[in-house]
Design a protein around this ligand. Structure first.
Ligand code: GDP
Ligand code: MG
Length: 301
């Protein structure tokens, strides 16, 4: 750990409505995938840390679940984890989807933000999707709340403007000893990472057919003598019909999901992986306290 007298360290929370590109931005800042990304909302379920080091500064990003009006228990737990992440941070970075404009979710977030004393940095994301003249209108609208110290326009996906944003955030990190070991890029345990990667592949392969309440757990992790790893995971769904969707005709879907996940896990862990997926119907997994702990969420939020 760095103990040089001018070391700096601090937390930056990336927050905003679902699907605005928070995880994509985190992965870009960290330079590798630490948070899963999909076109489906609510992909990120609990807080994820990603760490970036620039010279003497350790900047720790907190990727949060999207903030929206929660209805179900799982929703409440995710939104509560998101605001918790925002409160813990030294700096707040609000992300807004330029193509969605100043929508209801973002309005509510900005309203809560205006009650806090500390100003946030605003980043308008996905500028690759809209015309410049529409951007100006959006910025004027959002900025009327006076909750922001700075405004950036970026494309997290393409990398436009993200270096400038990163430099800006880094400069505001306070002096202090580093908080994580130099070579650590995330706080996620390997097992959870493996579960998250499979969950991402599920989302990517199933699109709209995918039930909202699906969860992946890594039940076994065995390191073989030849250095390869045997990973056994269970995909929990709530109904038998959903199990059939995940399996696909003749098991073709689950095979494709498993293959995509295994290939990515081999890249991440740089080892040969033997991945075994099982699908289980568990009607009430989203009411089970144990599942929440495994996801890093509070059951009673
Ligand atoms: P989150 O829910 O806020 O974490 O959003 P994700 O990072 O999971 O991204 C949601 C979707 O938006 C994914 O399909 C991303 O590929 C896409 N996305 C993220 N950033 C950009 C961007 O700058 N431009 C475009 N066109 N798409 C983006
Ligand atoms: Mg996310």
């Amino acid at each position: 750990m760095s103990i040089s007298p001018n070391s700096r360290a601090g937390f930056v929370a990336i927050f905003g409505a679902p699907n605005v590109g928070k995880s994509t931005l985190l992965n870009r800042f960290v330079g590798t995938k630490v948070s899963i990304v999909s076109p489906k909302v609510q992909t990120t379920r609990s807080k994820v840390l990603g760490i970036h080091i620039l010279n003497n500064t350790q900047i720790i990003f907190i990727d949060t679940p999207g903030i929206f009006l929660p209805k179900r228990r799982l929703d409440r737990a995710m939104v509560s984890a998101a605001w918790g992440g925002v409160r813990e941070a030294d700096q707040k970075l609000l992300l807004v989807d330029a193509s969605k404009g100043y929508d209801e979710n973002t309005k509510k977030i900005v309203k809560s933000l205006s009650q806090s004393s500390q100003k946030a940095t605003l980043a308008i994301n996905k500028i690759d999707l809209i015309a410049k003249h529409n951007l100006l209108k959006l910025i004027t609208e959002i900025n009327s709340s006076k909750s922001f110290s700075d405004i950036f326009m970026i494309s997290a996906k393409l990398g436009d403007g993200t270096d400038e944003l990163l430099t800006h955030l880094t400069l505001k990190i306070p002096e202090g000893p580093w908080l994580y070991p130099e070579n650590q890029i995330s706080d996620m345990a390997e097992r959870l990472t493996a579960s998250e990667i499979t969950r991402e592949k599920l989302y990517l392969q199933l699109h709209q057919e995918l039930p909202y309440a699906v969860s992946v757990e890594t039940e076994n992790w065995i390191e073989n003598d030849d250095k390869s790893i045997r990973i056994e995971q269970v995909i929990f769904v709530e109904r038998a019909t959903q199990k059939a969707i995940v399996l696909g005709k003749g098991g073709r879907r689950i095979k494709a999901i498993g293959q995509a996940s295994r290939e990515e896990l081999e890249r991440i862990f740089d080892k040969r992986i033997h991945l075994f997926l099982f699908v289980k119907v568990s009607e009430h997994w989203s009411d089970d306290p144990e599942r929440y702990r495994e996801l890093g969420l509070e059951f009673n939020s």
